[in-house]
Design a binder for this molecule. Sequence first.
Ligand code: SF4
Length: 317
Amino acid sequence: MSLDSSGISWTDGTLNSLYGCVECSVGCRLCYAVGRVYRNSCNPKRNGDGSFNGLVKNGRFTGKLLFDPAHLYAVLTDRHPKMIFVNEFSDLLHDALPMELILEHVRVFRAASWHQFQVLTKRSHRLAALNESVLAEFGSWPENLWLGVSVCSGTKLEMQRIEHLGATDGDLKWVSFEPWVSDMNAPLRETSPNLRHMLRKNKVAWTVIGGESGPRADTNLMTLDDARYLLEESKAAGSKVHFKQLGTALAIQRGVYSTRGKGEHRAKGGNPDQWPEDLNIREWPEVPWKSVAEPPEFYPAYNSGQWKHYRLAAGQK
Ligand code: SF4
């Protein structure tokens, strides 16, 4: 069992212990995870026991989630330190997941201290409860857990995730402004003139910026002005910045979109050679990398070898 290679520029690999989700943001409109999870359900090698059945219906997530313990615990035996993005096909703080299962992930991340785990959520309303649970069990957040929120537009609903993040005691906090969906009638620099203060106040150490990619993403535009403003405000707040990609719509607008060409993610506008010079910045936060050690004796609470399903209860989203 190994990590999945994702091609995401800001990480070394992805840990996919969860599959399935539900849309909750403007950034979910073209969620690529739906298609990937559906393809798993059609693949007899991946879905021989039917575990992937019912996660996607009519091209949308159903609210049923699948937990694969083997992928989670595999990081304990991976002896090569790396940055690991946690769950690109779900959300670790999804409402259907019991807090104890989320905590089990934190236990594993803490035990695999030589890796850096990059957690990203849109369910920031659960961060306060998770913070309380983590502090009760460990006294502090693991140093190697980067706690992040996705913010996909300048609306209050999206921006409040930064405040929720700031209210936690996370050791390293970060914000992914991706996929960024611009409001054509309201430039971000006018609607969020205090963004740098918000980022500084909430101790955001790292931001990732990018437009939406994919064959249907030609309508979700990140304007060049919003992209520049996100970058300028992040720098002014003292955050490290990673500009990931222009996104499909901006790449088309700038005449650099192509579905052909090797290696440089041209279809995503992900080739830095094609960006305006001031956007060409790919930084990471400085973190203390620990040497590889034997993980402490670990008694996995969920390592039954069985895949488990969780469902949203009535009223949950
Ligand atoms: S939170 Fe992420 S995985 Fe879930 S629907 Fe939205 S984009 Fe997809």
